[in-house]
Design a protein around this ligand. Structure first.
Ligand SMILES: [Zn+2]
Length: 650
């Protein structure tokens, strides 16, 4: 019998009622989708030009002009369509369906008769198709088309975009493969691999799964396809930063199954690892399974910020070495944390272990939420853990760090990626296999599903971040098994079943409840979720002698608006009294602020007009207010600091 792996829940079965996340889901429907549609049509004054929809018109021969934007900018439209699809499927909004249908018609008209679809290569370089896989992003863009097509088909039952995507996928299946007349190349930017698995699920066509497998297996084979391709091009490239291209950058230095450490461009890496986990599930492949575990462990125990941010090099957006986690100059692209969520979700399915969802949650509630303003129309691409706005200066080594969220970007992968992630949040809350229903996140919501003939209605109410309480009411028409994730960062909670204390069996970090038959049940969990300081491993140079404040999965930070400037002069006592305060006014959810006292250096040398001098320390006692990192920079521009110096270490 084929092993049953937990599958993410269909969005249509879940209604998110959570104060915090419900507001973000609504924000996608009400503000982000219309805002991003205006952006894609260049109707937002002052924002970076997108030209995305116009590129499709030009490619379709319906408008004159030049292609504008990066080679992969078609993906902005595809991710927008995916977010629209998720809003239709989750029931939050269907207003944009007619607009989406029009865009899909336009995309169809821009498709070449043989199925090829890419506005850059159609308009600018039609003779160069498939000749620059290293930089051209044709397969990456095709992947996002496939993801959008599957989502739109699932949400609406309309298959026009699915047919467009399949026609292109069929062409790619012809062009790429191990046959003598086929190209033995693979994408310079991975993404299509996981998209092909989705397309396989939507259509049942095995050739899509086989192509995903081919792309993973071919990567890293000697001689290196991408390096040979670069040599063939003799220096003619699209990106000047790729002049010293190295194999690790796009993870082609080894076959993926042999890779043990996360190397190169973080988003490329994590999309590939997600696809490897998909293939490990589909093919019950133990070697891929073990490779995924090694890569996951390398990232989460040595190469990840406390915020779930990954890819710390400001140059080329890549992983560097173990414990290299700089706070002010780090990259931590929003997309990389989204991709880490995707990898973690698949690893939880592959292993049946809830602990992967601790990292999914960490990435979501810190870096991914921080990536978007509470107003929905401004975004971070880079997510530092320390900001001094004045030194985030263009044309310097800090130019990648923006101290305020931006209306759009010349390379705009992150904003629509955040939109599609928040609109499909339900997939991270619940999953199910043939035998059990899994609760993976404590996000208030209602669910209706069926399991082994049992109809299940479930209501989850969480005030986890206020008082640590999670209550789950279940109506089941027959016996069923419910598995509830137990977060690794909390002590064992008090459980009750129908008002009586119980100690459930724990399997793979899930508390297991077998509900005996038709009836109503109420399960509650009461956790201790007090704010506390944590330190980093002593090998993390950037955090030596420092501590960060956390409450549950949420990381807190100091902002200038509450604590004055020169936050780096603050010293804290990690044993001091910590108090929770009222949430910030006007912010979604009811995340408390946290108050504690510390000391601040107000002068360090006798003559402040000099730069250096004999130490003469003067301190003030200060009252500090820390706010959730995910909400930083929603009030005023200013300094921000996560890791704070500790006053007394010994
Ligand atoms: Zn991005």
């Amino acid at each position: 019998m084929k092993k049953s792996f937990p599958r993410p829940m269909s969005l249509s079965r879940v209604k998110i009622t959570d104060e915090l996340y419900g507001s973000y889901v609504n924000l996608v429907a009400e503000k982000i989708i219309p805002y991003q549609w205006d952006i894609l049509n260049d109707r937002v004054p002052g924002a970076e030009k997108s030209h995305c929809v116009e590129n499709f018109r030009i490619a379709a021969g319906e408008s004159q002009g030049d292609h504008y934007g990066p080679v992969f900018c078609d993906t902005d439209a595809y991710k927008w369509l995916e977010a629209v699809a998720y809003c239709i499927e989750n029931g939050s909004d269907g207003r944009y369906e007619p607009t989406a249908d029009d865009l899909i018609d336009l995309i169809g008209r821009a498709q070449r008769p043989n199925g090829y679809l890419n506005t850059y290569y159609t308009v600018v370089s039609p003779g160069q198709r498939w000749l620059n896989l290293t930089e051209g992003h044709e397969l990456y863009s095709a992947g996002h088309l496939m993801e959008a097509a599957v989502a739109y088909y699932k949400a609406t039952g309309k298959d026009k975009l699915l047919q467009i995507a399949c026609k292109f996928a069929d062409l790619i299946c012809e062009v790429f493969g191990s046959g003598q007349k086929q190209c033995q190349g693979y994408p310079g930017h991975q993404e299509i691999e996981l998209a092909l698995v989705k397309l396989y699920h939507a259509t049942g066509r095995a050739r899509y799964l086989e192509l995903a497998d081919f792309f993973i297996k071919e990567r890293g084979v000697r001689p290196n396809y991408l390096i040979e391709e670069i040599q063939r091009r003799q220096g003619n490239g699209l990106f000047k930063e790729f002049a010293d291209y190295d194999e690790e950058y796009a993870q082609s230095h080894q076959p993926p199954v042999e890779q043990k450490t996360a190397e190169g461009h973080a988003v490329r890496a994590l999309y590939m690892y997600a696809a490897m986990a998909d293939l490990a599930i589909e093919q019950d492949d133990q070697q891929l399974n073990e490779a995924c575990l090694k890569l996951w462990n390398n990232i989460t125990t040595k190469r990840m910020h406390i915020t779930g941010g990954v890819g710390t090099s400001g140059h080329l957006e890549r992983f560097t070495v173990d414990y290299d986690l700089p706070n002010n100059s780090t990259y931590c692209e929003s997309c990389a944390s989204i991709a880490l969520m995707m990898f973690g979700q698949r690893m939880a399915s592959l292993t049946g272990d809830a602990s992967f969802y601790d990292i999914v949650e960490k990435s979501l509630c810190n870096t991914v939420l921080a990536g978007i303003a509470v107003t929905g129309d401004k975004y971070f691409y880079v997510n530092p853990l320390e900001v001094w706005p004045e030194n985030c200066k263009p044309s310097t080594s800090m130019s990648h760090v923006k101290p305020v969220r931006q209306p759009w970007f010349p390379v705009a992968c992150c904003p629509p990626n955040i939109a599609r992630t928040l609109a499909s949040l339900a997939q991270y809350i619940y999953s199910q296999d043939d035998l059990s229903l899994y609760i993976n996140q404590f996000i208030s919501s209602e669910l209706e599903t069926s399991l082994e003939g049992a109809k299940i209605k479930l209501k989850l109410e969480s005030s986890f971040m206020q008082d640590g309480l999670v209550t789950i009411q279940v109506q089941a028409s027959a016996a069923c098994s419910l598995k509830i994730r137990m977060p690794g960062y909390c002590d064992y909670p008090d459980f009750t079943l129908d008002g009586s204390g119980v100690i459930p069996t724990v399997e793979n970090n899930y508390a297991v409840f077998i509900l005996n038959g038709n009836g109503e049940y109420e399960i509650s969990m009461k956790y201790e979720v007090k704010p506390h300081f944590v330190a980093a491993n002593h090998r993390v140079r950037a955090d030596a002698g420092k501590a960060a404040l956390v409450k549950g999965p949420y990381v807190y930070c100091l902002e200038e608006v509450d604590n004055g400037s020169e936050l780096s002069n603050i010293f804290i006592d990690t044993t001091a009294n910590i108090q929770e305060g009222m949430p910030l006014a006007g912010m979604p959810g009811r995340l408390p602020v946290i108050k504690y006292s510390g000391k601040k250096i107000i002068s360090s040398i006798a003559d402040d007009s000099q730069l250096y001098g004999k130490p003469v320390w003067k301190f003030d006692d200060v009252n500090l207010t820390a706010v959730p990192y995910c909400l930083w920079c929603n009030r005023e521009v200013g300094e921000m600091l996560v890791w704070q110096k500790v006053e007394r270490l010994i």
